[in-house]
Design a binder for this molecule. Structure first.
Ligand code: ATP
Ligand code: MG
Length: 431
């Protein structure tokens, strides 16, 4: 019985008094992605397992260890999305969005599911904001999405987040690089962790992403991809950097950034902070020119990024950024008597129509308990309606902070006058 009132390990509730924090960051993300021409895409929370196996990549930790996969009653294998790109690519192909003109630009908010060891900044259900852009190989697009990510972080008021940038080349440069990595890591075969031994065979670049400190120490002196880029990839990378320089975006070229997913090509990047401990990557992204073909579409060079919302909120807390809260009640109307209740009902509707939050007693409390409640919910103004106020058709609105009272007529002008009053108070002007 106790179990049903406990959430599943690695999941979190966002409580009503906390949700303004999420809405604040989501609104900024919506506004910024709109400014860059991205439109929201919503895809299902589960997809055919095969989509992720191919789209994320068989050799990744996500596919090998972290997916929530189950068989449906119909005997199909489905998986809760571990990330947003594969579903977006599937939707793009299924609806032939590329026929409507390229590039296809989509933004999304998704919940993601990964069976990982829960710890600070690492959950089993977490949330991402992301964007995907299908159908462009231009380095301008790479620089542009990095600018978009940077604008979001700036508008959230964050600092001490650095951009780590790399190019991991195309399959051609990677073949040579993988061989160099195999040669290098083979010397340390007896020291590598079990997972890395398999990586050495299947996808040696993954070794650079291993979280074990011993393997990281070995990886420190491994060959770097930037020495193996073909001319085309090298030029592409140079162009990306040129545009970032033009936009005044600081970056650090870091050949160790290879990203966790298999489908990346050329540009990869992460925004990392040191202020929330080990899980400091708040945004990861890059190019995945081979993905759409991998999923059965035509060659469609594409790119995108995803930000972890929980981690961003952690950084905002760590940096002491105050998030504006517009959720509190602007006006609480306390009532005495049936006539007052009906009058309050009518006034409240008008105040709410003017866009403000207004509440009254819906429990049947006495006056004193109503005022206590108004205090508890942090109402900015309160007003008491009783027989006298109804008879005189006016009442005093009280500023709960200053105690100052203002008399307002209880007619059609009420909502507008109240609105002006609270605006004037908020901005410090006298009316
Ligand atoms: P990490 O190296 O931290 O495991 P990742 O490379 O697996 O990250 P991505 O697949 O690139 O992460 O996902 C993009 C972003 O989503 C990450 O930068 C991070 O902010 C967030 N994220 C990833 N996994 C988790 C998780 N388990 N819990 C919370 N946030 C996560
Ligand atoms: Mg991971």
């Amino acid at each position: 019985m106790a179990l049903i009132t406990k959430k599943i390990k690695g999941t979190e509730d966002v409580l009503p008094k906390q949700s303004y924090r999420w809405q604040f960051i989501e609104n900024i993300m919506r506004e910024e992605s709109r400014a860059y021409g991205f439109k929201e895409l919503r895809t299902p929370v589960f997809e055919h397992t095969e989509l992720f196996a191919r789209g994320v990549g068989q050799t990744t930790d996500v596919v090998q260890k972290e997916m929530y996969t189950f068989d449906t009653k119909g005997g199909e294998s489905v998986t809760l999305r571990p990330e947003g790109t594969a579903g977006a690519a599937r939707a793009m192909l299924e609806h032939s969005l590329d026929n409507e003109g390229l590039p296809v630009k989509a933004s999304y908010f998704v919940s993601c599911y990964r069976y990982e060891k829960p710890q600070a900044g690492r959950l089993r259900e977490f949330h991402q904001f992301g964007i995907e852009e299908f159908g462009t190989q231009s380095p301008v697009a790479d620089a542009e999405i990095i600018c978009l990510a940077q604008s979001v972080l700036d508008r959230l008021g964050l600092d001490q987040i650095h951009l780590e940038l790399n190019s991991i080349g195309c399959p051609e440069c990677r073949a040579k690089y993988n061989q160099a990595l195999r040669d290098y890591f083979s010397q340390y075969k007896d020291k590598l962790c079990g997972t890395c031994l398999t990586r050495l065979e299947k996808n040696p670049m993954r070794l650079l992403d291993c979280k074990s400190p011993e393997d990281q120490a070995i990886a420190k002196d491994a060959p770097v991809i930037t020495d193996y880029l073909c001319e085309d990839c090298e030029n592409h990378f140079t162009e990306v950097k040129k545009y970032l320089d033009a936009a005044g975006i600081a970056y650090n070229v870091n050949p160790k950034i290879v990203r966790g997913l298999d489908y990346y090509t050329k540009t990869v990047f992460e925004f990392i902070t040191d202020c929330i401990g080990a899980q400091g990557t708040v945004c990861g992204g890059g190019r995945y020119d081979g993905l759409i073909e991998e999923l059965g579409g035509k060659h469609t060079p594409s790119l995108g990024f995803a930000m972890g919302l929980e981690r961003l909120l952690m950084v905002m807390d760590a940096q002491g950024i105050e998030i504006p809260n517009n959720d509190s009640c602007a006006l609480y109307i306390a009532t005495m008597g049936d006539e007052a209740k009906i009058k309050a009902f009518e006034l409240l509707r008008r105040v709410r129509e003017s866009g403000l939050t207004a509440e009254t007693d819906v429990v049947g409390r006495g006056l004193r308990a109503q005022m206590k409640y108004a205090d508890k919910i942090g109402a900015k103004y309160s007003m008491v309606l009783g027989d006298n106020e109804i008879a005189e058709n006016k009442a005093k609105v009280k500023n709960m902070d200053s105690g100052e009272q203002t008399e307002l007529a209880l007619d059609e002008s009420f909502a507008e006058k109240f609105s002006v009053l609270q605006l004037a108070d908020a901005s410090g002007f006298q009316i």
